[in-house]
Ligand binder design. Structure first.
Ligand code: SME
Length: 162
């Protein structure tokens, strides 16, 4: 009898998802829950050097909570512009192994070498995204992508309401 091989989820990812669920449940309001989520991702994963959430606002992405060494000047990005705007336009996770080799890249930090952007969906529509910058080349892989897609599903209900 053959058994399908279950895709293995790293323990750190399972633990972080549990930590995120708890942090979100305990937070007093959605805004602080989203901040706790980016803090937790930044704290637990050494290669997540800068972690931010952008929310869709009309035809733009607007920066929500973030954690990292520096603030970014890119607090509003038109959908379609940059790696962030590309992921929002296509609804597809973007993994950029070398930001300096990607003409779409909008530079935020001199230290950034690679980036992953994961759309956040609600009702089949992109409502935001998680953006993670790494200081190493090729810092992110498909395991990060699948993990952050699960995180995105947890974060979706935290979208600020107008
Ligand atoms: N690098 C992004 C812009 C956001 S900063 O990384 C925080 C981009 O190319 O869209």
């Amino acid at each position: 009898m053959s058994h399908p091989v279950a895709e293995e989820r790293p323990t750190a990812h399972g633990d972080a998802l549990n930590g995120l669920r708890a942090a979100i449940a305990e937070a007093p309001h959605p805004e602080s829950a989203a901040q706790r989520a980016v803090d937790l991702l930044h704290d637990r994963f050494a290669h997540y050097d800068w972690v931010g959430i952008y929310w869709v606002d009309g035809t733009d992405l607007v920066l929500g909570p973030w954690m990292g060494a520096q603030a970014t000047e890119h607090t509003r990005i038109p959908i379609g512009t940059g790696v962030c705007g590309a992921a929002a336009a296509s609804g597809t996770t973007e993994i950029v192994a070398d930001v300096n080799a990607d003409p779409r890249y909008l530079a935020c930090f001199a230290s950034t070498r690679s980036e992953i952007v994961v759309p956040i969906f609600e009702g089949g529509e992109v409502i935001g995204e998680i953006d993670v910058d790494g200081s190493d080349l090729d810092a992110f892989n498909e395991t990060d992508a699948r993990f952050l897609e699960e995180v995105a599903a947890l974060i979706a209900p935290l979208r600020p309401r107008a």
